[in-house]
Design a protein around this ligand. Structure first.
Ligand code: ADP
Length: 357
């Protein structure tokens, strides 16, 4: 059996898979304030510990160290620790999860699956920022990208479904966090999240791309303002329309709330702009894929994005298939296929960990 661990700052998600990758059990604990160990204990009480041979741990930041799933040893743990500086909220919690799980499952193989690993194929012209080069050399300031397991999983599913061996895809992961990825011959060549998950698309509460001067302007004008917190937690959909939940925004917009409608237009336009840019990065695109809570479930958002890119990219949505959340949602005449694919980060983690076993 394989156990997947997704330990965040305030929640723990654990899934159990058989060695044929069938999902057997799933546990979610939200709002964990202090005692992670107790929360784990409660989850593990229901498990047959003897049978767990592999534990796959989601680790948000793998820096430049890791390009793939990696068996955890002391050196790997100390590298993850050294990256806490780059992902303070996440890597600390991930590391704690690893240490606790190692105590509970001392005989299992523990494997780290990094959110950044899939994006390690991005070349320097795309990952470097136009900053003094020493900032890259000394402080490792560069684009890393996140949501790697999701982008990788849905692109593999799309290749299977379309019977292509080595496809070019643009994958749009639209959940509370949102990022988009340009995939060439199954490898990430660019992605919208950067040094941190703050860059790129408009998200539930993150601002995505803004002019960096706005930060200095705000800091100068309001010295007591916690700008970092505002950009991460109080911006995005929440900032514009006072609600970060896309389902709520859509129903509010239908009832005539103008700010909700504006936030939805902004959200879709920004996705469309990135699709345009990534079309250029790829040259040829087999399919544009929508995933994540919004991408998988919202026909309206997919329709609005496709309306913006439609004319330039000769994309045509099949409205009926789109409204049913079918997998293939473009018309046959569409030059690029449009797909809606349910992501499964845990299954991707289990698949990668199993290869290490
Ligand atoms: P997370 O990034 O936290 O894993 P999810 O991938 O579950 O989040 O996505 C959550 C988002 O998906 C929320 O904004 C939610 O409103 C949205 N969502 C879920 N179902 C629908 C739907 N039917 N229509 C529009 N948005 C939806």
């Amino acid at each position: 059996m394989i156990l997947t661990f997704n330990v965040g700052s305030s929640s723990i998600k654990v899934k159990l898979f058989s060695d044929t990758l069938q999902e057997r059990q799933s546990f979610l604990k939200e709002q964990i304030s202090s005692n992670h160990e107790e929360a784990f204990q409660e989850i593990f009480e229901n498990l047959d510990m003897e049978k767990i041979e592999i534990v796959a741990h989601r680790v948000v930041h793998g820096g430049e160290f890791y390009h793939e799933a990696t068996t955890i040893n002391d050196e790997v743990k100390s590298n993850i620790e050294s990256l806490i500086e780059l992902a303070p909220l996440h890597n600390g919690a991930n590391l704690l999860g690893i240490s606790i799980a190692q105590k509970f499952f001392p005989n299992a193989l523990h494997v780290a699956i990094f959110d950044t690993a899939f994006h390690n194929s991005i070349k320097s012209h795309a990952y470097l920022y136009a900053l003094p080069y020493e900032m890259y050399e000394n402080d490792k300031i560069r684009r890393y990208g996140f949501h790697g397991s999701s982008h990788q999983y849905v692109s593999k599913r799309a290749a299977e479904l379309l019977h292509v061996k080595s496809g070019n895809f643009i994958t749009c992961h639209l959940g509370n966090g949102a990022s988009i990825c340009a995939i060439k011959e199954m490898k990430s060549v660019d992605t919208s999240m950067g040094f941190t998950p703050l860059e790129g698309l408009m998200m539930g509460t993150r601002c995505g791309d803004i002019d960096p001067s706005i930060v200095f302007f705000l800091q100068k004008k309001y010295p007591d303002m916690d700008v970092e917190n505002i950009l991460n937690k109080k911006s995005g959909l929440l900032g514009v329309a006072s609600n970060s939940d896309m389902r709520d925004l859509i129903s509010e917009a239908y009832s005539g709330n103008e700010l909700s409608a504006k936030a939805i237009e902004m959200f879709c336009y920004k996705i469309a702009k990135y699709i345009g840019a990534y079309f250029i990065a790829l040259g040829r695109v087999d399919a544009i894929i929508f995933t994540g809570g919004i991408g998988e479930n919202s026909a309206l958002i997919r329709e609005k994005v496709c309306a913006v890119i439609g004319e330039a990219l000769h994309v045509e949505l099949n409205d009926e298939m789109n409204s049913k959340n079918s997998t293939l949602i473009s018309k046959e005449s569409s030059q690029i296929k449009i797909m809606s694919i349910k992501t499964d980060e845990e299954l991707e983690m289990a698949t990668q960990a199993l290869k290490k076993g």
